[in-house]
Write a protein that binds this ligand. Structure first.
Ligand SMILES: Cc1cc2nc3c(=O)[nH]c(=O)nc-3n(C[C@H](O)[C@H](O)[C@H](O)COP(=O)(O)OP(=O)(O)OC[C@H]3O[C@@H](n4cnc5c(N)ncnc54)[C@H](O)[C@@H]3O)c2cc1C
Length: 311
């Protein structure tokens, strides 16, 4: 999600980057007339192998395809997609049960019941398997696929630090730090589209998961002061998000952090007599895990449903 503080907007606590290879996402952003901009990476970047040897400094490879950020944060995409349907979208409805009623499906939430001809489930599969009751029960094959499909990045702890000045850029640094030792694994420049709100954004080493936020923050600041400069200690705010604690994303602390194999073909089939579809990025055969996968699976399934309506 995209967060704000008193002084800064558009701080990405979750999805942040895309590339032009993510063509469905890029086309959608273009169609919705949403701006995007290149991830800043000019100047000296730092690679830390271990605490004993000096850090390695390098310039980012400018010939590599760049990563882009959405101008007003990834929430701009969600807001823009939702805009025409704002009066129809029901927020804060916790889905608990999905029942096949023959000619329709009933979705039971914590306080309402909804009826639908078609249901597109975008809830991450493993979360849906753990939290939602399907009547009748789904068959073992799809249940097992759901249970073994982790939600991408659900173990990540992301942080942002906001500043009055971009001290790293002023010192000729890109703000990028890649580290193989605790407490920070990656840091990037996170200055906004209009270049007037200064921030760094990164990932805390998941080994610090058991620490308190205050302890993590102290370790992150001390570490970054050492490698990016004392300017780090003049931060305005430290904000973090431990995704493994988010009950609408993560199911269990399984320790998987790598990108699993997504797009199990079992998710391409409809269920409950062609009324229930599992979509969302983890079901996507194209860039599963990424925003691109979510857009792709949504478009594919919408096209299938529209084709069925027409036939
Ligand atoms: C830390 C982090 C960094 C990431 N960085 C990037 C990146 O740089 N680039 C990129 O392309 N992708 C990134 N991603 C992945 C990106 O966030 C996903 O690809 C994208 O959000 C998938 O969209 P989705 O619609 O499939 O699922 P989600 O965005 O997970 O949406 C699922 C929705 O279901 C809701 N939900 C869950 N349970 C229930 C329930 N019982 N009832 C009702 N609603 C429910 C949730 O609240 C949520 O709104 C990142 C993810 C994380 C966690």
């Amino acid at each position: 999600y995209t967060a704000s503080t008193e002084t800064h907007d558009h701080l990405e606590m979750g999805a942040t980057w895309f590339g032009f290879k993510h063509e469905h996402l890029k086309n959608l952003l273009d169609e919705l007339k949403l701006d995007y901009f290149k991830q800043f990476q000019e100047g000296e970047s730092t690679l830390v192998f271990n605490s004993m040897s000096p850090p390695h400094h390098f310039q980012a490879d400018t010939s590599a395809p760049p990563s882009y950020r959405i101008a007003n944060g990834s929430e701009a995409l969600i807001k823009s997609l939702a805009k025409p349907f704002n009066d129809k979208i029901q927020l804060n409805q916790l889905v608990k049960e999905t029942t096949d009623c023959g000619d329709h499906i009933e979705i039971t939430t914590h306080n309402s019941v909804f009826k639908a001809n078609n249901v597109l489930f975008t809830i991450p599969p493993r979360l849906a398997a753990a939290r939602i009751l399907f009547n009748p029960e789904l068959d073992n094959e799809i249940k097992s696929a759901m249970q073994t499909t982790p939600t991408w990045m659900e173990q990540a702890i992301k942080f942002v630090l906001t500043f009055k000045k971009p001290f790293w850029r002023e010192a000729g640094k890109s703000g990028m730090l890649i580290s193989q030792i605790a407490p920070v694994v990656e840091v990037y420049d996170h200055i906004n589209y209009s270049n007037d709100q200064f921030a760094l954004m990164g990932f805390v080493n998941p080994k610090l998961k058991e620490y308190s936020t205050r302890e993590r923050k102290e370790q992150v600041i001390t570490y970054l002061c050492r490698y990016l400069g004392e300017g780090v200690s003049d931060y305005l705010e430290y904000k973090e998000k431990d995704w493994s604690l988010d009950p609408f994303t993560a199911v269990q602390a399984s320790g998987e952090n790598m990108q699993p194999n997504y797009g199990n073909s079992i998710f391409a089939k409809p269920y409950m007599n062609d009324k229930l579809f599992f979509i969302g990025t983890e079901t996507s055969s194209v860039f599963g895990g990424y925003m691109e996968g979510a857009v792709y699976s949504g478009k594919q399934t919408a096209a299938k449903i529209i084709a069925n309506m027409d036939s």
